[in-house]
Design a protein around this ligand. Structure first.
Ligand code: 3EB
Length: 342
């Protein structure tokens, strides 16, 4: 755990978690548990369970913990568990689609409702700026009622951004959206009191400008974003895939897709380095999460990722469905720099 950084994330085993001091627990913002259900230790913490298997690890589940600089307060509102301090809010909402079964597209309604509730909470807590959202839903590529479920999710999410006025103001967060074999729609999010600086990729059409062939409503996310806290700049790189312009490249070719994805991550770093308030960011300092559609592709992806970012970089590999059926891999990343005077 990095003491120097105001906001940090790290991976802890269950015994390590159990061994945290009371002071350290006070600073916990929340937990992501990948590959297995979170254990009972979390009490009132926001916990996102990602019902997708880890790849390349012998041990079962992975707990990724977010810390703040300060003591946090816990809250629960409209099905959202959250922790908040003077600068940052982290929350998790799980929505069961069965609650919306009467309507035409339950997932669309679940997504709209989830995001409306998130925005209401952020306004109430005076943390109006959504920096990053992590979206997971079951059967993301499955067509139901005539429309792929990812596209249904996009309509609901988009509508919530429109209703709240956030789309008109260009306030879309960095994000990812992945498919899991089961589980509710689950959204984790980080928000703050300062507006994020969105970062786009010159090699790609902005996702919110995708043509309608990818669905009736565009996905609402920025390719990356900076978030600023006192003395700190956080860089969130959204889920990034083998897309150039708006088209999928290297269909059926995992090595080609992985290389193209990393070229997009590198392009995002270059854009970010034109906007940073800190020193330039390098590929080697990123903390990454790689989502791989087919478990058997893991060795190929790992070899290419390690060749680019080194063997020491923290990379978590997860088997998950990517939101276009022809995408085989997606990579997201984070980094953090301290800021001198602020
Ligand atoms: C893409 O570039 C790949 O719907 O929130 C990446 C990141 C993707 C976020 C989202 C989707 C999302 O379109 C998919």
């Amino acid at each position: 755990m990095t003491e120097a950084m105001p906001v940090a994330h790290s991976q802890l085993s269950l015994p390590q978690l159990a061994g945290l001091s009371a002071a350290q627990r006070q600073r916990l913002l929340g937990v992501t548990c990948i590959g297995g259900p979170a254990e009972a230790w979390h009490g009132e913490l926001p916990v996102q369970n990602v019902a997708a298997p880890l790849l390349g690890r012998s041990a079962g589940a992975l707990n990724e913990i977010w810390y703040s600089a300060e003591s946090c307060r816990s809250g629960e509102s409209a099905g959202i568990r959250f922790r908040v301090d003077d600068n940052v809010l982290y929350g998790v909402i799980d929505v069961e689609e069965s609650a919306y079964r009467g309507g035409p597209l339950p997932l669309q309604q679940a997504a709209e409702d989830a995001y409306r509730r998130i925005f209401a909470l952020l306004d109430r807590e005076s943390c109006p700026y959504l920096w990053r959202a992590w979206n997971y839903l079951a059967d993301i590529n499955v067509e139901r009622d005539g429309l792929e479920r990812y596209r249904q999710f996009n309509i609901g999410r988009h509508d919530a951004f429109v209703v709240s006025g956030r789309l008109a103001q260009g306030k879309v967060p960095a994000a990812c959206a992945l498919g899991t074999p089961r589980g509710p729609l689950t959204i984790a999010f980080m928000a703050g009191r300062t507006p994020p600086t969105p970062i786009e990729n010159p090699r790609q059409v902005s996702a919110y400008h995708y043509p309608s062939q990818y669905g009736p409503r565009s996905p609402t996310f920025s390719r990356a974003a900076f978030a600023h806290l006192p003395g700190q700049e956080l860089l969130f790189i959204s889920g990034t895939a083998s897309i150039v312009g708006h088209r999928t490249m290297h269909v059926g070719d995992i090595a080609g897709q992985t290389r193209e994805t990393l070229a997009n991550v590198a392009a995002l770093l270059e854009s970010a380095n034109g906007l940073t308030r800190s020193t330039p960011y390098a590929m080697s300092e990123l903390s990454l999460r790689a989502y791989i559609r087919h478990a058997e592709d893991y060795p190929s992806v790992q070899a290419i990722v390690e060749a680019q970012v080194g063997t020491d970089a923290p990379v978590v590999y997860v088997q998950a469905d990517i939101c276009r059926h022809d995408l085989l891999v997606e990579i997201e990343a984070m980094a953090s720099h301290t800021l001198g005077n602020c």
